[in-house]
Design a protein around this ligand. Structure first.
Ligand code: ADP
Ligand code: MG
Length: 735
């Protein structure tokens, strides 16, 4: 007996081989398959006569007719098998050509009636229907129950060996049998309030819509539902956290004043405001969960240092985590320096190194003694990479966790740091990635937000220039001149890859005819799988980089000191190179897009980006943020190879705006939600991703989730919703 829970390999038409392929999409059960939604549709709903079709050269049409002739031939170059047929209706006929499907001459026979949908094309011998989708019908005029033609036809994200045609062929009968058994998951009051389609109808209409408005209605229901689940998830986590307690750290206003008085600069108003909200949060026993957001160079570190100072002076410890060793070392230096007058012991821990800064001196220590010091409270602030959450690292009294650019650090890791203690530490997460409001309210919806939205006054705006191919020489000359004045140059070189390989490398299903908009592939049954070919990609990337290195160092800048930096290098090597660059022993640093976020090289005044059109606006903005970190005028050169309008529009946005937020919103507008950094790999379902462009939808889902949870925190009265939420959490965790 087959049911919604039946494993797909047990479904007669599917079998083991297909089941294995479908698992790549995360499809395991009949229900999963029914929730595997199309990426787009082909509109073959208008069926016209063959006579009319013959007038529509270049258009896609749908016709019905009887086959009068069908045979296999070869293309003149003999590369491809070709099937030729003639079909006719009451008063006209047309030739049909299929490529590479020799079995068709057996599947379709003379005298069969067919419905065909394809493009009217022209070749020497005349008009023909080019490679159409086909299905057999009983008579001309039949338009009930068509699956592949003569209707709005679903097109799914495909993988090797699983075509849209096959999916339609399998899904449709399953829908007939099981659609009515799918249980409603949204609360009835929500369905009523927003006039959503009930789940069964929505599932049906998403696969085989009667009209496009029906498909849209179904889609908006599921967009809502997905976002709603995300909201329930974050809000529930938040409620759980609210029940816990953190050490209260009262703020000492005099101490803070002393700190700011000792700074060589004045805090900006934004910095003051943010520091104040953080210090106020820390006074409470409710665990702080705050995201400090500010453009590159806006001065987040000082704010973090103030929070750390306050917590240390209340007698507790701080863990400060950064994504790379280079950044850890930079933070170690900065924080030690900022706090040097306050008798605070700062430690640094990376994969290999352990160092302690106290009484104005840095000493290397063994990991063992380091861990000992940490455990008995000899170290106040520990700065490190992920090594901080490893076994053997125990705190005496951890009260604050500071994270720099660690988007994925979640509640679990926080729990990990404290182990079985009763109190949880406060959490301050910092990022230079501008997070559009929709995203802040969903994926980061459990965090309170502080924004540093102004730059220190001494900064000069980076001049951003789009460099046309004809202006390359000029730009190179300019760079030489700057270098001769002792300034440093970053060159960013993009990965070279086609859209297809990109999709494959990420394990994402590719679909013929799909545009390069990344976020529309498939359904929320789809996960982002990263396959081993990703490392292959990295190797190609290095190869391309080496070629560029040869070109620059031999042909363009033969008398300058150029060095490469890429992700395949060992951390120590990367660090040495960064330091040399910082010290001025390297003129030009050629790097892939993997160069570290946040590294401070004030002498670098030029950021030159090759193939700029390949990067998203937010990423380009991040690159640009590596220069302009001193009072010297800095430049960002955008080299392009593809002058298409769309790219032009994007790059112009970068020239015109220096504001990371504006750019992120623009990116969202131009490239769609796939551009959102941190979501692509977050396991967020595609439907929800699309919903993320809609602030009204996001606000609605948030309000609804709050309402439900306030009434019924455990969702006891909503068993189906509870079930869906559990499945959803598993999916997210799985990532
Ligand atoms: P980010 O926000 O990118 O982490 P940092 O904290 O690294 O920025 O600060 C960038 C630089 O700006 C540092 O050298 C820091 O000392 C300096 N800085 C921070 N705040 C100010 C300020 N208010 N005025 C001038 N310089 C500042
Ligand atoms: Mg920083």
């Amino acid at each position: 007996m087959i049911s919604l829970e039946t494993k797909i390999e047990e479904v007669p038409k599917i079998g083991l081989a297909y089941a294995k392929r479908l698992k790549k999409f995360g499809i395991k059960t009949v229900q999963d398959l029914l929730f595997y939604f199309p990426a787009r549709y082909d509109d073959f709903s208008e069926i016209i006569s063959i006579k009319q079709a013959r007038q529509r050269l270049g258009q896609t049409v749908c016709v019905q007719g009887q086959i009068t002739e069908i045979k296999n031939t070869n293309t003149f170059k003999k590369f491809m098998a070709m099937t030729e047929a003639i079909i006719q209706d009451d008063n006209a006929e047309i030739k049909v050509i299929w490529f590479n499907q020799p079995y068709l001459a057996k599947t379709l026979r003379e005298n069969d009636f067919v419905c065909l949908a394809g493009k009217i094309s022209f070749y020497k011998e005349g008009i023909y229907l080019n490679n159409p989708s086909y299905e057999r019908i009983n008579e001309i005029g039949e338009n009930e129950e068509l699956t592949h033609t003569g209707r709005i036809v679903p097109v799914y994200s495909e993988t090797r060996g699983v075509t849209s045609r096959w999916l339609r062929y399998v899904i449709k009968p399953l829908l007939y049998r099981f659609c009515e058994q799918i249980q409603e998951s949204l609360p009835p009051e929500i369905i009523k309030k927003y006039k959503f389609l009930p789940i069964q109808e929505a599932v049906w209409q998403l696969h085989f819509p009667s009209t496009f408005p029906h498909a849209d209605a179904a889609k908006s229901r599921f967009s809502f539902e997905e976002l709603f689940l995300i909201q329930l998830n974050v809000l529930k986590e938040k409620m759980k956290l609210m029940l816990k307690k953190s050490p209260a750290c009262p703020m000492d206003a005099n101490l803070m004043k002393k700190f700011t008085d000792l700074l060589p600069f004045q805090l900006t108003d934004s910095q003051k405001k943010c520091a104040f909200s953080i210090l106020k949060d820390l006074e409470k026993t409710v665990p702080m969960s705050r995201l400090l957001e500010g453009d590159v160079g806006s001065g987040k570190t000082v704010v973090a240092a103030m929070a750390a100072l306050s917590v240390v002076k209340n007698g507790h410890q701080i863990a400060f985590m950064a994504p790379t060793e280079i950044l850890v070392k930079q933070h170690f230096k900065t924080v030690s320096d900022l706090l040097k007058n306050f008798d605070i012991k700062v430690g640094m821990l990376t994969g290999k190194d352990a160092r302690i800064f106290k009484e104005n001196e840095t000493t290397e220590v063994s990991k063992k003694s380091f861990n000992g010091d940490l455990e008995n409270g000899q170290i106040d602030i520990i700065i490190g990479t992920h090594s901080l959450i490893q076994k053997g690292v125990n705190f005496k009294d951890l009260a604050l966790v500071i994270l720099d650019e660690q988007h994925r650090f979640g509640v679990e890791q926080r729990d990990h740091l404290i182990k079985n203690k009763k109190l949880v530490p406060h959490l301050l997460s910092m990022t230079a990635t501008p997070i559009p409001r929709t995203l802040a309210l969903t994926v980061y919806g459990d965090l309170d937000l502080s924004l540093i939205d102004e730059m220190p006054k001494n900064r000069k705006k980076v001049k951003t220039i789009i460099v046309e191919p004809s202006q390359r020489k000029e730009a190179y000359e300019f760079i030489k001149k700057e270098v001769s004045e002792g300034k440093g140059v970053f060159v960013i070189y993009p990965k070279i890859e086609s859209v297809a390989t990109k999709a494959e490398a990420a394990g994402r299903p590719t679909s013929r005819g799909m545009s390069d908009v990344p976020a529309t592939s498939g359904s929320f049954a789809v996960q982002n799988y990263f396959t081993p070919s990703l490392s292959q990609l990295a190797i190609n990337e290095v190869k391309a980089l080496k070629e560029e290195y040869e070109r620059l160092s031999k042909e363009i800048f033969s008398d300058l000191r150029i060095t490469m930096l890429h992700g395949k290098m060992k951390p120590a090597e990367k660090e040495r190179i960064m330091l040399d660059f910082k010290k001025g022993e390297i003129d030009i640093l050629l790097s892939t897009s993997v160069i570290e976020v946040g590294v401070d090289v004030p002498r670098a005044t030029i950021m030159m980006i090759e193939g700029a059109e390949r990067f998203g606006l937010s990423q380009l903005h991040q690159f640009r943020g590596r220069v302009g970190r001193s009072d010297m005028q800095s430049y960002c050169f955008l080299f392009t190879t593809d002058p298409s309008m769309l790219n032009r529009k994007r790059l112009k946005a970068l020239v015109e705006s220096n504001n990371g937020f504006e750019l992120a919103e623009k990116d969202l507008e131009i490239r769609g939600p796939g551009s959102l950094y941190g979501t692509v790999q977050s396991g967020i379902p595609d439907m929800a991703m699309q919903g993320l462009t809609n602030i009204f939808l996001v606000e609605k889902t948030r309000a609804s989730a709050k309402e439900i949870l306030e009434k019924d925190p455990e969702l006891k009265n909503y068993p189906m919703l509870h079930e869906r939420l559990k499945q959803f959490q598993q999916r997210i965790h799985f990532e």
